[in-house]
Design a protein around this ligand. Structure first.
Ligand code: MOS
Length: 699
């Protein structure tokens, strides 16, 4: 290295985002606003019926409208290849097989794309476009106890079981048997989905807003039967994703239109269209049965979850997952079932499975603590497993109790009177609650390129995706430490599929997986530079691929853990619930950038408030569509709903990661809704097992 002095490590100290100034000054361009010469605009027309066939798309009548260039639909669109398995090991989501047949499986299914010179012209024509249907009866009624529910093995085992549940329940001194529901919930990233496609010298280039540019590039190459090297996807700045920003209808529509017209075409989803085209979190109906000895030791644990999927694709919200990690019992049973309805296919939404699953499980634990006359933290302490309850594998590290101890100390838990309904502040009843959190801590293979430039700076190129998490900054700090230079000598370029394969921003695995690849590249570069010989004008570039190293990770239960605390006030006259303060303590690996990490945790906890009190997408059974599919009708927590939130962490470096990272993207929301619901019980003495805890449910 050119500097001999060893610097203070960058990892672990607070750094503002390296692209922060660009973002607040507007210099950072997003997918929907990057200029292109000759740009045309596509507007999707969506089905208004919930099930049936398209009888006609009356394109002729809009082709004469001002600026209209084309109308694509199942009668004229190019064929795509849907017979492939994508990067995530699943077949393409059928909504991306755009305009391939006349069947309509749900309201909001894309039936046509109108392309025009301006976005306004495209929209006007799309709204004027008449599509006629042969309608069939539909069913969108989700509820517990559907006879057509079935267990699924698509992502993980649908059912796990050991021991004799009924006899352990019968032998238990204390039993909790409760049903919980969570509603359909939607990701609403600030930036709606947007893509611009164009052909550039025989290559397809798509400027997009996504969680993984190699992922989207590979899927588009497969769909359009192109060589992978013939597709380039760029996604430099992203205004939020939360699981919704993979390959979706808008990129495919843009590619079809750009191919047909041989000019750049942009397709942007509206907020309303996102409610049917971007995926969502399935509603769940869960049943938890717990049986314990009088001292609180679990003898029986059953967590059964039902979620919805569409008629065209199977997606499971695996809400019984947390029970497979958190608590053991002599008899232990978990089940994830789905039912197929005439609705859009759900997808990953921040902490898929863990978010709704932890609401049910951690509420049930609180009910058990009450029945046993035990403090809820003491109950959890008595049920800490030695190994994975289902897998039997050792935990890579499990610092849940450290989170509870430190959280309880800071929150003032020791002074809590466990009896419900006793504290009053004017017309408000006050209560506190707690819940545990966990989320998987995995790593996935990635590649990175690292260049030592002739001017003494370094350039990292990696197909990472910064969806607002601060990943770009985290990678800058990791590279700086690995190279033993100051962060201002490192530039990190991300969001370009030409940089090679890398993990997506998902599963809380992005920064960890990319950081690993950056570490590997830095190590090799240092070895090269140590040989001496100077740096040529084009620099010295090395490439890393972590496939072998990640593949060699020993089988263990790998998770982050956390303890959530909430204080609520419940208005006895209106039923309004206000969260007064929250504290989250996490054991989530080494924290790379405390500034953005805290924001990430707090963001998850705010979403937990939103989940507990506000969010609920309502489906109208008659039409099969949503009531109020926008941010006026679909309530999310606003600033006025969010109190002082504290998030912090205990020391918990991952022993098997080169940086010590576990991943923090999703755990912030896990357990948050249960902590709030448990606090509402403590305030009022009433259990709320159905989210959201609306005023009409409180009264
Ligand atoms: Mo996350 S729901 O894995 O994007």
């Amino acid at each position: 290295m050119t500097t001999a002095t060893r610097l203070t490590p960058s990892v672990g100290t607070a750094h503002s985002r390296v692209e922060g100034v660009d973002k607040v000054t507007g210099a950072a361009r997003y997918a929907g606003e990057i200029p292109f010469a000759e740009l045309a605009h596509g507007w999707l027309a969506l089905s208004t019926v919930a099930r049936g066939r398209i009888r006609s798309v009356e394109a002729d009548s809009v082709l004469g409208m001002p600026g209209v260039l084309a109308v694509l639909h199942h009668g004229n669109a190019p064929r795509v290849d849907t017979d492939h398995v994508g990067l995530l090991g699943v077949k393409p989501e059928p909504t991306t097989a755009l305009f391939q047949h006349d069947r309509v499986p749900h309201v909001g299914w894309p039936v046509a794309l109108v392309v025009a010179e301006t976005s306004e012209q495209a929209r006007e024509a799309a709204e004027a476009l008449v599509v006629t249907y042969e309608q069939e009866p539909h069913d969108v009624a989700f509820s517990a106890g559907r006879p057509d529910a079935y267990a699924v093995d698509s992502h993980m085992p649908g059912v796990t079981e050991k021991g004799d549940l009924e006899s352990e329940l019968a032998a238990s001194a204390v039993v909790v048997d409760a049903e919980y529901t969570t509603p359909e919930e939607h990701h609403n990233p600030m930036e709606p989905h947007a893509a611009t496609a164009h052909w550039d010298g025989g290559r397809l280039e798509v400027v997009d807003s996504n969680q993984g540019s190699t992922w989207v590039a590979q899927e588009l190459a497969a769909l359009f039967s192109l060589e992978p090297s013939a597709v380039r996807v760029r996604s430099e700045h992203i205004g939020g994703g939360f699981g919704s920003k993979g390959v979706r209808a808008h990129q495919v529509a843009a590619v079809m239109a750009a191919t047909a017209l041989q000019r750049p075409v942009r397709v942007v989803l509206t907020r309303r269209q996102m409610f049917s085209l971007a995926g969502y979190r399935s509603p769940t109906a869960q049943r938890v049965r717990l049986g314990a000895d009088a001292d609180g030791r679990l003898r029986a644990l059953e967590h059964h979850s039902l979620s919805v999927t569409s008629t065209v694709h199977e997606f499971v919200e695996p809400s019984s997952g947390p029970a497979r990690v958190m608590y053991d019992a002599d008899a232990h049973r978990t089940a994830n079932e789905v039912v197929r309805l005439d609705v859009p296919t759900p997808t990953w939404m921040r902490a898929p499975g863990e978010a709704p699953g932890s609401f049910a499980l951690e509420s049930a634990l609180d009910e058990l603590a009450e029945k046993c006359g035990l403090d809820p933290i003491e109950l959890r302490t008595r049920n800490e497993p030695e190994a994975g309850p289902v897998s039997g594998l050792p935990f890579s590290s499990r610092n849940l109790l450290a989170c509870f101890r430190e959280g309880a100390r800071r929150f003032g838990w020791a002074d809590r009177d466990p009896r419900p309904g006793l504290r009053r502040d004017g017309r408000w009843l006050l209560g506190t609650g707690t819940a545990a959190a966990s989320f998987g801590a995995g790593a996935a293979p990635s590649t990175a390129a690292l260049t030592a430039e002739a001017d003494g700076t370094f350039t990292v190129r990696i197909t990472a995706s910064d969806i607002g998490t601060g990943a770009r900054t985290a990678l800058t700090l990791i590279a700086a430490d690995a190279l033993e230079v100051a962060p201002d000598r490192v530039r990190v370029r991300i969001g370009d599929s030409d940089f090679g394969f890398a993990m997506i921003a998902g599963g809380s695995m992005g920064t960890r997986s990319w950081g690993w690849a950056v570490m590997a590249a830095a190590q090799e570069l240092r070895e090269r530079l140590a040989l001496g010989g100077g740096i040529p004008p084009e620099g010295i570039t090395v490439r890393s691929d972590t496939s072998a190293a990640v593949g060699a990770l020993a089988q263990k239960e790998r998770h982050s853990f956390g303890a959530q605390f909430a204080e609520v006030a419940v208005d006895v006259t209106t039923g309004e619930v206000r969260v007064r303060r929250m504290l989250g303590m996490f054991a989530a690996g080494r924290i790379v950038n405390p500034l953005t990490a805290r924001s990430q945790f707090v963001g998850g906890m705010i979403w937990g408030i939103s989940m507990a009190l506000h969010e609920e997408a309502v489906r109208d059974r008659t039409s099969g569509g949503h009531v109020g599919a926008d941010l006026a009708g679909y309530h999310v927590a606003a600033h006025a709903d969010v109190p002082h939130i504290e998030a912090d962490w205990v020391d918990d470096p991952d022993p098997d990661d080169p940086v010590g990272i576990k991943g923090i993207g999703e755990i912030g929301i896990v357990g948050a809704a249960a902590a709030i619901a448990n606090a509402v019980w403590h305030a009022t003495g009433v259990r709320h097992r159905n989210l959201p805890i609306r005023p009409d449910r409180v009264l």
